[in-house]
Design a protein around this ligand. Structure first.
Ligand code: FCB
Length: 451
């Protein structure tokens, strides 16, 4: 491996999620999900928008797959909407929902693009939320039953499966911070939710293995590189807590079958209820870990701070293009990947999301020039290359996102795409970063564009 060339067979891809791109929320028998409810609740979404139409991918999927093919992108990570398949979350199957994903999958395969499906990217059927959501143990079993249906029907055409997307975000942002659906604010509920999501993941693995022969199965976690703000003991302990709550809480159960002991103690009576046998199910061996990496965080002790008694330190070098509290830091990606290798027995990894939002606009020339995104991608993909050179078992990279889309509680205020979406007309325009990434997908060799 030299000259920033990636290994043969390295998977280059892009990623999306159902609620963010599909639209067509009331079509072909789809039931409501918690994100429909949440986005339609006044005051929850920054610009008051909903995912009712968004990129209208449900109707435009052929055009989107054609664009992917034109760009030479050979792998596509998308998510399946549970409430299209089972409008009430369980019970009656909606054939038209399955038909949509079958049509999408064959379109992809005919275009030479490998499908990678996420089974849960946060859009829980509302009917299941009404019965307690993921905080209720039964939801883990309903998830297993839903996975049985999906993989029985699609298990031959899709061989790459991801159970959940970012259990931290769904449990903590959705059930403790309240900024995501279902908008709850209770730590104990959030931790119980996380436990049941992990349980559902473990229950789903044998089901997928049975229905999808030779499948590669994993989970997708959002992970950060975390550093203490100083070498003082209190900052180091605060950083360890943040790491415990954010990273280790969602990794140790998968790899070691235990929750981190320091965090169990910290959470005390808020810790989840665990039944006999749960941890064995959760640690069922999987094939890869999906890593969503967006940022490094520098953490200081703060007795007035959040539930972990810590706070994030912003340094002057955080650039205006940094997203909210997200510092663009590619070295953090390198360090995180090496840490996963060292602490979690050198697992097979895929970077399942990485990207940056920018205030993109269509120029007078009708093009979208986004040099800062090219710079971001170049640095992060370079960090990934270095990690592979240093022995990390990294098998692929998926840019977030294929196209601009509905960014959850931030609505349409953020653009992450390699493709610009005009939400009025539905028109798609490949950005400069999209052309740059396309070249990388074709050549497998990283270099900056000529300026
Ligand atoms: C991740 C989500 C993804 C997208 C990016 C920006 O947390 O998985 O859907 O919103 O952030």
């Amino acid at each position: 491996m030299s000259n920033y060339t990636f290994p043969e067979g390295f998977k280059w891809g892009t990623a999306t999620a159902s609620y963010q791109i599909e639209g067509a929320v009331n079509e072909d028998g789809r039931g409501p999900s918690i994100w429909d409810t949440f986005s339609h609740t006044p005051g929850k979404i920054e610009d008051g928008s909903t995912g009712d139409v968004t990129c209208d991918h449900y109707h435009r999927y052929k055009e989107d797959v054609a664009l992917m093919k034109e760009m030479g992108i050979r792998n596509y990570r998308f998510s399946i909407s549970w409430s299209r398949i089972l409008p009430s979350g369980k019970g009656e199957i909606n054939r038209k929902g399955l038909d949509f994903y079958k049509a999408l999958t064959s379109e992809l395969l005919n275009a030479g693009i490998t499908p990678h499906a996420t089974l849960f990217h946060w859009d829980l059927p509302q009917a299941l939320q009404d019965a307690g959501g993921w905080a209720a143990r039964e939801t883990a079993y309903h998830f297993r039953d839903y996975v049985e249906i999906v993989t029985r029907e699609l298990g031959e055409s899709i061989r790459n499966w991801m159970t959940h997307n970012e259990p931290w975000v769904h449990s903590m942002v959705g059930h403790f911070q309240g900024d995501h659906a279902p908008g709850l604010k209770d730590l104990k509920t959030a931790l119980q939710t996380a436990h049941h999501m992990l349980l559902g993941h473990g229950l789903a693995i044998p089901v997928i293995r049975k229905n999808s022969q030779g499948a590669r199965i994993g989970i997708v976690n959002n992970l950060e590189w975390i550093e203490p703000a100083s070498s003082g003991i209190r900052d180091r302990e605060a950083a360890a807590r943040h790491d415990g709550a954010y990273n280790r809480w969602y990794l140790d159960p998968l790899y070691f079958g235990t929750y981190p002991r320091d965090m169990m103690e910290w959470y005390g009576s808020d810790a989840p209820k665990i039944e006999a046998g749960d941890m064995k199910i959760i640690s069922t061996p999987m094939d890869f870990l999906g890593v969503n990496y967006y940022t490094r965080r520098i953490i200081a002790h703060d007795s007035q701070g959040n539930f972990l008694k810590c706070r994030q330190v912003r340094y002057p070098f955080m650039r205006p293009s940094d997203y909210e509290e997200w510092e663009n830091n590619a070295e953090g990606l390198y360090r995180l990947l090496v840490r996963l290798k060292e602490d979690y027995e050198n697992p097979e990894l895929l970077i399942t999301e990485n990207g940056t939002p920018l205030p993109d606009e269509v120029g007078a020339d009708g093009e979208v020039h986004d040099p800062d995104r090219i710079d971001f991608l170049y640095r992060h993909i370079g960090a990934a290359w270095q990690a592979i050179a240093d022995g990390v078992d990294l098998k692929g990279y998926f840019a977030w996102s294929f196209m601009d889309n509905y960014e959850w509680c931030l609505g349409f205020t953020k653009r992450f795409g390699l493709i610009y979406t005009d939400y009025e007309s539905g028109q798609r325009i490949i950005k400069d970063s999209g052309r740059w990434y396309s070249e990388l997908c074709r050549s497998g060799t990283l270099h900056l564009p000529e300026s």
